[in-house]
Write a protein of this length. Structure first.
Length: 369
């Protein structure tokens, strides 16, 4: 704080500009960093939203498929039921990469699967994924759930690739018991990497528009900063700061004149109508009054010296007519005029006394001893 107080006004002005510039840069950096954080948060929100939407869709599709298959196999023996279910789901695929499909189990045994024929007839009741999830058990349990909300299972399973082959990927699945069957349930799900593709594409479109708006606003702010702030600061500098410097010059010049360090007042005129201009005008008016007062004082002092010189020569009665703006000097002037007038009257009285009487007065006033 002390360092700042010792700075000149010009240095303080440029410190203000630098400080504002630094603050603006910090604002830009925080905006960019905030945009990245906002993008991440938005993408997470979109992922959560789309995940809920996809869950609702696979639940609706699974419930609808289970209900339809239940009506188709009603009254048939178990072998025919399984054959109809297998035929119904064998060619059905969804998702662009064909990773969406239905599969059916009877409790823990695979009865129908469009992609993994090697699994049919095999029990997976004790199967668990790399994370230890007994996904078949959990799917069977939620298939019996009659609540409207539904439950879902997250697990890792082999995902069919468009070019052939399989790869392990995380999956979210839903299951539903097929009516009119004995513990046969149907399930489907969505692989999370597919969900990420959906959310990434959707979020990038939204975030792209948001980012574009943010960067456009930053660009507009920077242009406005360059076109508005700097001209205004220069205008402020060229008027106020220069006015203050001129005012400082005038004050120093006035004191130099007042202290007789200079014979004339070398002032810089200011024609502004703001506070600085009014201050400068007030100073100019007071300078003129002071100059007038100093001139009057000088004339009065000259007259006083003249009266003193006449008094030295024995001449009295001269009157000082010049006045001063200083009341005390005027009192001094009046006192000198009164003294001169009194001495003049005294001399006139003395001049009327006879010469013999003056001699006696002189003898009487001579010192004795």
């Amino acid at each position: 704080m002390k360092f700042y107080k010792n700075l000149s006004l010009k240095s303080k002005f440029f410190t203000l500009i630098v400080g504002f510039g630094v603050a603006f840069v910090i604002f830009l950096v925080l905006t960019i960093l905030g945009e990245a954080k906002f993008s991440k948060h938005t993408q997470e929100q979109i992922i959560a939203m789309l995940e809920q939407e996809i869950k609702a869709k696979i639940k609706l599709g699974t419930d609808s498929m289970a209900s339809s298959l239940g009506e188709l196999v009603k009254g048939l023996d178990e072998k025919d039921q399984i054959a109809i279910i297998a035929k119904a789901i064998d060619k059905f695929n969804f998702e662009d990469d064909k990773s969406g499909y239905y599969f059916a189990f009877q409790k823990g045994i695979t009865v129908a699967h469009p992609n993994r024929k090697d699994m049919i007839g095999v029990s997976y009741w004790d199967a668990k994924d790399p994370n230890g999830v007994y996904y078949i058990r959990e799917l069977f349990e939620i298939s019996k759930d009659t609540s409207q909300k539904g439950k879902f299972v997250y697990y890792i399973f082999s995902k069919p690739l468009p070019q052939g082959g399989f790869v392990d990927a995380q999956k979210v699945a839903y299951a539903k018991l097929i009516p009119n069957t004995k513990d046969i349930w149907i399930s489907t799900g969505v692989y999370i990497d597919t969900l990420d593709i959906y959310t990434h594409a959707t979020s990038q479109g939204i975030l792209g528009d948001i980012s574009q708006t943010i960067y456009n606003n930053i660009a507009i702010s920077m242009v406005a900063f360059l076109l508005i702030f700097f001209p205004l600061m220069w205008l402020f500098y060229s008027t106020h700061l220069r006015g203050i410097l001129s005012l400082q010059h005038n004050v120093f010049a006035f004191f130099a004149y007042l202290n007789h360090e200079s014979k004339q007042m070398d002032s810089i005129p200011l024609d502004s109508k703001d506070e600085i201009g009014r201050m400068a005008q007030a100073i100019d008016e007071n300078v003129k009054r002071t100059q007038e007062g100093l001139k009057k004082d000088s004339n009065l002092v000259r007259d006083v010296l003249g009266v003193v010189e006449e008094a030295k020569e024995g001449r009295f009665g001269s009157v000082i007519e010049n006045t001063s703006l200083n009341p005390q000097i005027n009192e001094l002037k009046d006192a000198i005029n009164q003294m001169s007038h009194t001495l003049l009257i005294s001399l006139e009285r003395i001049s009327k006394i006879p010469h013999a009487s003056l001699k006696r007065i002189k003898i009487m006033t001579l010192p004795t001893g």
